[in-house]
Design a protein around this ligand. Structure first.
Ligand code: NAP
Length: 267
């Protein structure tokens, strides 16, 4: 039977930062801390992940609380995508109930450049609503579950980028699908937009280097971007880089060890 490590970190993942954090946390603290990454299971072939991996929803806050207790999790890092607001709320509620320290690893947003032409909207339906005033040949870089809002616009061409092929035909009158997972290059994005004569890009303000190339290419080609703003983050401790998250882990492990020593000397 494998020896149980004194500590257990749960990373809520699904992002490049979460994968990098799992690797760095194991390198830095793997001698005394197990690391489990949790994925929702949205993509068919997630990239390789070090440490333990579990896939699928927990079953809301009660399910996540049960998991934390059953797996003796004593630290949690929510490194999910900035738009994954439901799991972020569940993570906060479950961590508060279980009294487990929780950190949110939130990548910095993209900086708006003076030459950028962004039309900022609050949500995906808002992006669909402004589109008729902005362009006719649209590059849609959203999740597969967010495309329906655009299907009624039959007089527009949509270039739809997805990670996996869609499970059912998309409801667009005129569209093309391009499959791809970041990181993308500026040259590649520029070429793609030129080839399809794109005149508007629709994107979420995700931030991060892996998908920033489209923002830069749109700037260079003077193409407007309908940019969906991020939802407000949950309250709680935050880090904006893997390095900062490692500092938090180190500090939290020292506190947990001190608590353990106090309990053992008192008993
Ligand atoms: P969401 O709306 O916040 O979450 C919906 C439900 O999916 C949650 O209630 C939870 O189910 C489950 N879930 C989400 N993330 C999970 C995780 N890491 N581990 C286990 N269960 C998880 O999230 P979403 O927007 O669908 O995103 C799902 C995943 O894709 C996240 O891990 C996120 O990091 C990644 N992702 C999202 C986006 C995006 O634009 N939203 C982009 C790239 C990657 P239960 O309630 O049953 O626990």
């Amino acid at each position: 039977m494998p020896v149980r490590k004194p500590h257990h970190l749960l990373i809520l993942g699904g992002t490049a930062e979460a994968a990098a954090l799992a690797q760095a946390a194991l390198e830095g603290f793997g001698d005394r801390m197990a690391v489990t990454t949790s994925l929702a299971g949205r993509t068919e072939q997630p990239g390789p992940l070090p440490g333990q991996v579990r896939i699928g929803g927990f079953g809301g806050v009660p399910g996540l609380r049960d998991f934390l207790a059953a797996e003796h999790v004593d630290l949690m890092i929510d490194a999910t995508h900035p738009f994954a607001d439901q799991i972020a709320r569940h993570a906060r509620e479950a961590a508060e109930a279980a009294q487990i320290p929780r950190l949110m690893l939130i990548r910095p947003p993209w900086r708006r450049h003076a030459l950028d032409r962004w039309i900022e909207v609050g949500d995906v339906p808002g992006a669909a609503a402004v589109l008729p005033r902005v362009g006719r040949r649209v590059f849609l870089t959203l999740g597969a579950s967010e495309l329906d809002a655009f299907a009624a616009q039959t007089d527009r061409f949509f270039l739809v980028r997805l990670i996996d092929p869609p499970r059912a035909p998309l409801g667009f009158a005129d569209h093309e699908i391009v499959l791809g997972r970041g990181p993308f290059t500026v040259a590649g994005e520029r070429q793609l937009m030129r080839r399809h004569a794109i005149d508007v890009l629709v994107a979420k303000a995700s931030g991060g280097a892996a998908t920033e190339a489209k923002v830069i290419a749109a700037r260079e080609l003077s193409i407007p971007i309908v940019m969906v703003r991020r939802p407000l983050p949950e309250r709680g401790e935050r880090a904006d880089s893997v390095e900062a998250a490692l500092v938090w882990i180190r500090r939290r492990l020292a506190l947990l060890d001190r608590q353990l020593r106090t309990v053992s000397t008192e008993s």
